[in-house]
Design a protein around this ligand. Structure first.
Ligand code: AMP
Ligand code: MG
Length: 487
């Protein structure tokens, strides 16, 4: 266990120099205070969890203090936003403070979001408000607990600094952890600004530090791109299987590591709705729930374009062709497991699709339905769950098919079925209304609800005594919350 001043830095990205990032000091928040910290994320840095409560913790992650070895930098990148190319973006309000390595030899970027203006702030104020910082914190730790690759969050620091959005709010900072903060948009930036040397330097950096196994391949860059395609196919399959909607899938929000990254107006589905749009400024539904699948491929194509200096177009196309089949295989595998199936049959895809269509038409809660399906034997569970469906005859037909499929699947006890299904079907997810309750309390200075919710979400598959209120469908007020994109 380490104290805060015992972290070991090795700032590899900063060493790439000024063509890649700019030195900027964090702008401190007034009266910084701890809102919430993740013990699990602290453990990634070997930090003693007790240090979160010390004043120096809030000072470090509220922008007042800095380690001597830190080298805070704002990174430059660009990206395709809603389908159009924006030639220059960059860290407009976040800083890569430095890279730390832990005792296991893993490197972690420390990225402070909401740290003030940078050369890339454009029209923004460089700040992040408390509500969006809490949402990012909760989402990253909740996704991780569900087994979905994601950036992590160490803590949220609140303050008395006024920040103007639609109304006056308070500034906050979230400390994000990831093995890298390099985005698809980094490669696009050097490609479109025609800087082949830096482009090559960036590619070498990513290959050496993040995909070293690809070095052994005959075409290392192609192997790396293939791996990126595979990781994204798997990540998006998990989003779709667990009902996670990212909301702003621009290429500058896509990590080169295939992890969920840069949270905005994201949402987990309550009722199953394939057409759900969580970002209310996404008028055309470009980033709707079901569109995430083709958008994943679109974004990978944008990255492929930026990699044409290194890899032939034919090879890139071939690698892109892996995306859909891989996505489908991962998705179906997860959905089979969510339905309690241990074997694979040809027709499983239509079994899943049939269920989703019925859920869509009746507005059935996605998470709770699948959780309850494992509570009892298939026969008893479907008999109880049919009341949730408007089209009962349709559900009965599906249920007959499902029961027959379960019977063919294998001979196991209800105990085994429940255990297996509950291990993949969460009881607790980060519903928007739960986040909203925690935010409302935090905005009035009470952080206990954020901490409790975070704690519940770190063990989503485990029924927790006294926490029934976190496993409910949203009340009417919480069903269609509009999450502001100004964050
Ligand atoms: P996002 O939609 O949050 O991924 O942000 C898109 C771009 O806008 C990124 O370059 C951000 O750094 C920048 N940005 C977002 N909000 C602010 C802000 N309040 N101040 C400065 N830059 C911002
Ligand atoms: Mg972003």
């Amino acid at each position: 266990m380490k104290a805060l001043d015992e972290l070991t830095f090795d700032n590899r990205f900063a060493r790439l120099g000024d063509a890649f990032s700019t030195h900027v000091l964090p702008e401190p928040l007034d009266e910084p205070r701890l809102v919430v910290a993740s013990k699990a994320a602290m453990a990634l840095l070997d930090l003693d969890p007790a240090v979160a409560e010390t004043p120096v913790f809030a000072e470090l992650f509220g922008g007042h203090k800095l380690w001597a070895e830190a080298e805070p930098r704002a990174m430059v990148y660009s990206g395709h936003q809603f389908g159009g190319y924006t030639p220059q973006l960059g860290d407009g309000r976040g800083l890569l403070l430095g890279e730390v390595y832990n005792e296991a030899g893993e490197h972690w970027d420390l990225h402070l979001k909401g740290a003030g203006m940078t050369p890339y702030s454009r029209m923004g104020d460089g700040r992040a408000v408390l509500r969006s910082s809490i949402r990012e914190f909760l989402a990253s730790e909740a996704l991780h607990a569900l087994g979905i690759p994601t950036s992590r969050a160490l803590c949220v620091i609140g303050s008395s600094t006024p920040v103007w959005r639609e109304k006056q709010e308070r500034g906050a900072m979230v400390l994000r952890l990831a093995h890298s903060h390099i985005r698809f948009g980094h490669f696009e930036y050097f490609y479109y600004t025609k800087k082949p040397e830096q482009q090559a330097e960036l590619a070498e950096h990513v290959l050496n530090l993040h995909y070293p196994e690809c070095r052994e391949q005959p075409e290392p860059y192609l192997a790396m791109f293939r791996e990126i395609v595979e990781r994204n196919a798997e990540m998006i399959a998990k989003w779709q299987a667990y009902g996670f909607c990212h909301g702003v899938l621009n290429t500058d929000n896509m990590s080169i590591l295939g992890i969920t990254f840069d949270f905005g107006p994201f949402a987990f589905l309550d009722d199953f709705d394939a057409h759900f749009i969580c970002n209310h400024s996404d008028h055309e539904g470009r980033y709707s729930f079901s569109n995430q699948v083709p958008i994943g491929q679109w974004n990978l194509s944008a990255l492929a374009q930026a990699l044409t200096p290194f890899i032939s177009v034919e090879a890139l196309k071939e690698a892109l062709g892996l995306y859909l089949p891989l996505y489908q295989a991962h998705y179906l595998d997860l959905m089979r497991r969510r339905l309690g199936l241990t074997t694979a049959e040809e027709d499983d895809q239509t079994l899943v699709e049939g269920l989703l269509k019925l859920m869509q038409n009746s507005g059935v809660d996605y998470t709770l339905f699948l959780r309850r399906l494992g509570d009892e034997s298939a026969t008893l569970a479907v008999a109880r769950l049919r009341d949730d469906f408007v089209d009962m005859a349709g559900f009965d037909a599906w249920a007959e098919r499902y029961k027959a499929r379960v019977a063919r699947d294998g001979d196991y006890t209800q105990e085994q079925r429940r255990e297996r299904m509950h291990a993949v079907n969460p009881l607790y997810i980060l519903r928007n209304y739960l986040a909203q309750n925690a935010i409302t309390a935090a905005e009035s200075g009470d952080y206990s609800e954020v901490r409790r919710l975070h704690d519940v979400l770190t063990r989503p598959f485990e029924e927790q005594a006294g926490m029934e209120q976190y496993a409910q469908r949203p009340p009417d007020w919480g069903k269609h919350l509009e999450i502001s994109c100004s964050s």
